[in-house]
Design a protein around this ligand. Structure first.
Ligand code: ATP
Ligand code: MG
Length: 557
């Protein structure tokens, strides 16, 4: 399938890749028709989606079945009055219907807005109003439907609400005011493809950012965004038609479309889904074993917990390829995972606003702790505050130069927020807000978010280097480094630490000293954390990212 969109597909070196990677951009590209339905024609019996749940349910759907089911879903949406350009919020957790809805909305040219199930009524009102949401499709979960019902009084644009039961309980009643998906879904008249569905510039998808550094921002993507993820699935995840790929991500996080949809189906891989409530490393590793997952992607936090497990308890023999993104991966975690599995994790870097921006592609030898090299689709620049380009070894902000036009997969802007868009993207440069440095081999190394950098006694300290040093001590499972205000130094470095179980009872002055000395030994001593706090859990986003901003706020009080 990918051959249709690329002039050449197999690369053996970076030079080859840079020279030959040319996308063929069709007119009015529509992922659901042009990729998914094409697979249904050429490989109807291939498994597109292998969906499993904690409740023991299992659904194996071929591309042909999936095409038929999405047609039916599209017909159902049309019958509800949803059409081209309408905004539809999906609060579906990892339920099977999320995949049907995403593709069905694409087929009718409506705009999908996936959101997390943890939203409160106020959050829902905010989103409904900001985006003029017309319909909400949600899991028939008491918390979610109650919040949506509460939000209705202040959500004048919402005309349609649909509640979706779980497979095991299809007949459960849905609350008043909601359509019952299972009772109605297959009753709509047969699907007829609308004459005009989309142009390449239409908005296909709107996602909220994780909210790691503040309020989540609403990112608008056009139809070509899906095409941008060809790189993610085919080259970063290194998938082909024989792969079974699992990305751990809530569907309300942009990472879901990085790892559970577009790129994977470009490659013809099977998207493996495990619909679970609360994450544990054990649960994930059990299903990876049972379903012979070949390719795995998760944010570093998941790996940090996996390496605490006894790997002898699991047979992960089918697993061949592992990737990570979303946060910085400490070299210590890379090394430990390599010892346990023989697999070198391939790190990538990107944002809800972008596709893969930097990555460790299959032909690059990973350097532990580095994010990899630029995706050739993007003209990546590392800039000093005055706008000039950094030398190798110098810290700067990761930017994407758009003077030759908007590259595939870069967002169109923050929805209805030209000011915020202009702040991040001006003079043909998109500023990621992330700092990094580049080594002499062209690899990029994460320093920290511009907002997280600590200024202490005239030094600028990136939290990641201190966290990486802390993580090389066996007592430390996870760690967040922040600055706390200090009269003399401006800021001092603080580490908030989750200890490994067997170290928990040693939490105290002696261990603090030991950790401080350890950091002084493994990195430049001025960076050592003068303050260390032990906690049971770090504050995180739904995507599992550490919210340093919350620790900072707490420390101000
Ligand atoms: P918000 O913008 O609302 O604060 P967020 O930036 O965490 O949330 P996402 O779009 O999910 O929202 O995440 C993108 C960010 O994740 C990047 O800007 C970067 O800070 C971080 N990130 C992604 N990959 C990596 C990586 N490999 N190493 C370090 N940081 C990464
Ligand atoms: Mg961000």
């Amino acid at each position: 399938m990918i051959e249709r969109f690329l002039k050449q597909t197999h690369f053996t070196s970076e030079e080859d890749y840079r020279e030959h990677l040319h996308f063929i951009v069709p007119e009015n590209f529509n992922f659901a028709y042009d990729v998914m339905d094409e697979w249904a024609k050429t490989a109807p019996d291939k498994v597109a989606l292998l969906w499993t749940s904690e409740r023991g349910e299992e659904v194996k759907t071929t591309f042909l079945q999936f095409k038929e089911e999405t047609d039916r879903t599209a017909a159902y949406f049309l019958s509800l009055g949803i059409g081209r350009g309408d905004k539809v919020m999906l609060i579906l957790k990892r339920h099977y219907q999320w995949w049907l809805s995403m593709m069905a909305l694409c087929k009718i040219g409506a705009v999908a807005i996936p959101a997390t199930h943890m939203l409160t009524a106020n959050d829902i009102v905010y989103r409904n109003q900001r985006a003029s949401v017309k319909a909400i499709i949600c899991a028939n979960d008491e918390y979610i439907t109650t919040q949506i019902t509460k939000a209705m009084a202040d959500s004048p644009t919402v005309e349609v609400r649909v509640a979706v039961n779980s497979l095991a309980q299809k007949d459960r009643e849905v609350p008043e005011g909601f359509h019952d998906w299972y009772a109605e879904w297959d009753k709509a008249p047969a699907f007829v493809r609308p004459e005009i569905v989309n142009t390449n510039d239409d908005t296909m998808l709107m996602y909220f950012t994780s909210g790691t550094s503040g309020e989540p921002k609403m990112v608008a993507h056009d139809y070509l965004y899906a095409l941008g993820h060809l790189i993610t699935g085919v080259y970063w995840h290194n998938l082909d038609e024989h792969s079974i790929h699992l990305t751990v991500a809530d569907t309300g996080w942009g990472k879901a479309v990085w790892g559970k949809l577009y790129g994977q189906w470009f490659a013809g891989a099977t998207v493996f889904v495990f619909d679970h409530e609360k994450f544990t490393a054990e649960k994930i590793m059990r299903v990876m074993e049972k379903y012979h997952v070949t390719s795995f992607c998760a944010p570093p936090t998941i790996y940090r917990f996996m390496i605490q497990e006894d790997f002898k308890k699991y047979d992960l023999g089918a697993l061949r390829y592992c990737t990570t993104a979303g946060e910085a991966l400490e070299p210590a975690v890379f090394q430990r995972f390599y010892q346990l599995t023989g697999i070198k994790m391939m790190e990538g870097f990107g944002q809800t606003e972008t596709c893969m921006t930097l990555g460790t592609f299959p032909w690059i030898e990973p350097k532990p702790g580095s994010m990899g090299k630029p995706n050739p689709q993007y003209d990546v620049k590392l800039l000093r505050p005055d706008g000039s380009e950094c030398e190798d070894g110098e810290k700067g902000e990761i930017c994407i130069d758009t003077s030759k036009g908007k590259p595939l997969g870069l967002f169109r802007g923050y929805y209805r927020d030209p000011e915020l868009t202009e702040k991040a993207w001006h003079d043909n440069l998109y500023y990621t807000g992330d700092l990094a440095w580049r080594d002499e081999d062209g690899y990029y190394w994460f320093v920290g978010r511009a907002d997280d950098v600590i200024k202490s006694s005239g030094y600028r300290i990136g939290p990641f280097e201190v966290e990486s040093a802390m993580m090389t001590h066996p007592a430390v499972v996870e760690c967040a480094v922040t600055g706390v205000p200090d009269e003399v130094r401006g800021m001092v470095v603080k580490a908030t630490v989750v200890l490994a179980n067997e170290w928990k009872e040693k939490a105290g002055e002696a261990l603090i000293k030991e950790l401080q000395n350890h950091v002084k030994r493994v990195t430049a001593p001025y960076k050592y954390p003068r303050v260390i706090e032990f906690v049971d859990e770090l504050p995180k986003t739904i995507s599992g990212k550490i919210r340093r901003v919350e620790i900072r706020e707490r420390d101000k009080k």
